[in-house]
Design a protein. Structure first.
Length: 300
């Protein structure tokens, strides 16, 4: 089998796996919140997201950015040949498929780093009481963080097409909650997120391959929907977006000459079963409540 045939067959297998989620719905509504304000509860139920300004300080965001840069500099050795994915010290790094125009250091051509939340500043974040209080109103009092990724979005990097995160989560329940922390400003020019308010009330739609030549592995696209009511989310460093895993969202390309960075975590109810084989990017860590030891996960 040629390299191209191998790539086509792994894309096809991936798309088939994603589309097993097609048609699932997540109708649960949040009510009687203990911690969410009435405005936040309404925004979650009607729009599928909550925006919390100034959640982290500029210094913390800078420390997050610098820590990830140190990780990728040690992950990819100088003069190493091109790989799309790297594994080092429990982290998974993904390099942009599309070459970047201006590259001085490896971080200038990285796309994402996964599996960060087991340690240090990333682990501190997922245990923040003020964060978990808000998530408790949505998921209940037993909470795991199962996924983390830092997104570089370097100048010239493409945005991610319209998708619903639950298409990647073949779990036995929903929703999951995404927490997207802007660690730099996010603008229309540098590739902010764009959401379709209310689309979390829709089923999971069909996701087709992202057909741009040189797009990153795993990027998929919803094409059977009208996105006229999209809104770009313009965020400052430290602002936090919490969003429903059925919410349709995408991001713009980075047309500026500066990096747009974000640290993204995903939370689920403890006890969530992940299907036959868990994704290698997932790592389940209990952050509140009864904990994983008491839970019976993925058994037959
Ligand atoms: O931050 C971005 O550019 C895209 C992120 C995204 O769509 C996601 O995390 O699901």
């Amino acid at each position: 089998m040629s390299k191209e045939e191998q790539n086509n067959s792994s894309t096809e297998e991936f798309i088939n796996r994603i589309n097993k989620q097609k048609g699932r719905t997540s109708p649960q509504i949040v009510s009687k919140s203990k911690y969410l304000s009435a405005h936040q509860e309404k925004s979650w139920n009607e729009n599928g997201f909550i925006l919390i300004p100034h959640f982290s300080s500029d210094d913390k965001c800078e420390e997050i950015n610098q820590t990830v840069i140190d990780i990728v500099r040690s992950m990819v050795k100088k003069a190493e040949k091109f790989n799309h994915a790297y594994i080092d010290q429990g982290h998974i790094g993904i390099r942009e498929m599309k070459p970047s125009e201006k590259v001085e250091n490896i971080e200038d051509e990285m796309s994402k780093v996964f599996r960060l939340h087991q340690k240090g500043i990333f682990n501190e974040f997922i245990k923040r009481e003020d964060l978990l209080n808000v998530i408790e109103d949505i998921l209940g009092e037993n909470i795991d963080c199962f996924l983390s990724q830092f997104i570089f979005k370097n100048p010239g990097a493409w945005g991610q097409p319209w998708h619903q995160d639950s298409s990647y989560f073949p779990f036995d329940r929903s929703p999951q909650v995404g927490a997207w922390l802007a660690t730099s400003p996010a603008t229309k020019e540098n590739g902010c997120l764009v959401v379709l308010p209310g689309s979390q009330k829709e089923p999971i739609h069909e996701h087709l391959p992202d057909e741009r030549p040189g797009s990153n592995y795993g990027y998929t696209e919803i094409k059977d929907h009208n996105f006229e009511k999209e809104i770009p989310l313009l965020l400052d460093t430290g602002d936090l977006l919490l969003f429903h895993s059925f919410l349709m969202h995408k991001s713009y390309d980075n047309k500026s000459n500066r990096r747009r960075t974000a640290m993204v975590y995903h939370f689920a109810e403890t006890g969530t079963r992940f299907g036959d084989i868990d994704s290698p990017t997932n790592e389940w860590i209990s952050v509140r409540g009864k904990g994983l030891a008491t839970t019976y996960k993925n058994s037959t």
